[in-house]
Design a protein around this ligand. Structure first.
Ligand code: BV8
Length: 235
């Protein structure tokens, strides 16, 4: 731990599971009840916008009734106390990292609580619904869509992510199945750059073989324990 200065953390749906937010691939998960190609692709939005807008209106409402858990709070503490570089790259579109107090957070797949106007290309804070086609607060056009990255679309701020991976001494993946790219490839990028790699997940992920170290269990247990370890080693 002594020579660890720069940390990159990748989080997925598993870190928010114990806050009551559905994951995608687990028993009864989102992708069991909805076909990805029906609700999370630009083609689906063109084909049946009501189905897609209702899907995201439902999830946007749901996350606003949930609270950050001990794993989110532990990462917020690490963000506040870690003396070196730290970047929390999340695949999650919920805002529980920020609600827990974390600041160095990057949403590579977008955010539920933003609406993107496809007419004037601005993003506006949004807590309500989009199904009724409300006007854009900036240009007035009724051209708002969820500000999330759908399959086949380019994730956000990839340059910043690759730059942080290049400088990372430690790459930690939390609560993700490693099923979706380019996020699932970050462990190999980090490893090629000489970073130590650690998986914290309920069970081995699809990419578990790429990690030098893995700890398995509920995020609310294994993440606070790991953060205590890291901060006590740093002091
Ligand atoms: C792109 C936003 C071009 C919307 C999402 C290479 C090979 C094969 C395919 C591809 C490839 N490159 C690109 C593709 C295509 C595709 C892809 O990966 N398809 C997969 C299905 C094979 N990727 C794309 O289309 C991406 N765009 O590639 O553009 C490009 C190429 C190169 C470089 C730049 C651009 C865009 C993908 C983004 C799609 N949008 N989300 C929304 O949320 O609705 S993806 C969405 O699903 C999430 O954001 C997340 O990324 C993914 C779900 O994964 P997880 O978060 O891991 O959740 P999951 O349920 O799967 O797993 C939960 C894990 O937690 C489990 O392991 C479980 O054990 C664990 N867990 C559960 N409970 C707990 C726990 N752990 C701890 N504690 C607990 N309590």
């Amino acid at each position: 731990m002594k020579d660890i200065r720069n940390i990159v953390i990748l989080s997925g749906a598993g870190i928010s599971a114990e806050s009551g937010i559905d994951t995608f691939r687990s028993e009864g998960g989102l992708w069991e009840r909805h076909r990805v190609e029906d609700v999370a692709t630009p083609e689906a939005f063109a084909r049946d916008p009501d189905l897609v807008l209702r899907f995201y209106d439902m999830r946007r409402a749901a996350i606003q009734t949930k609270e950050p858990n001990a794993a989110h709070l532990a990462l917020a503490r690490l963000d506040a106390e870690w003396p070196g570089e730290l970047l929390i790259v999340t695949q999650n579109v919920d805002n529980l990292h920020e609600r827990a107090g974390a600041e160095r957070v990057l949403h590579m797949h977008g955010e539920h609580l933003l609406a993107w106007c496809t007419a004037c290309d601005t993003r506006s804070p949004w807590t309500g619904t989009l199904i009724e086609r409300p006007p854009c607060p900036v240009c007035g056009e009724r051209a708002l869509r969820p500000d999330v990255v759908w399959f086949g679309e380019m994730p956000y701020r990839m340059d910043e992510i690759y730059a942080a991976l290049r400088e990372a001494d430690l790459f930690v993946s939390i609560g993700t199945s490693g099923a979706v790219y380019p996020a699932a490839g970050f462990v190999r990028n980090a490893r090629e750059m000489g970073a130590h790699t650690l998986e914290l997940n309920l069970e081995p992920s699809k990419g578990t073989r790429w990690f030098e170290e893995a700890r398995h269990g509920p995020a609310t247990q294994i993440v606070p324990a790991w953060v205590d370890e890291v901060l006590s080693a740093a002091s």
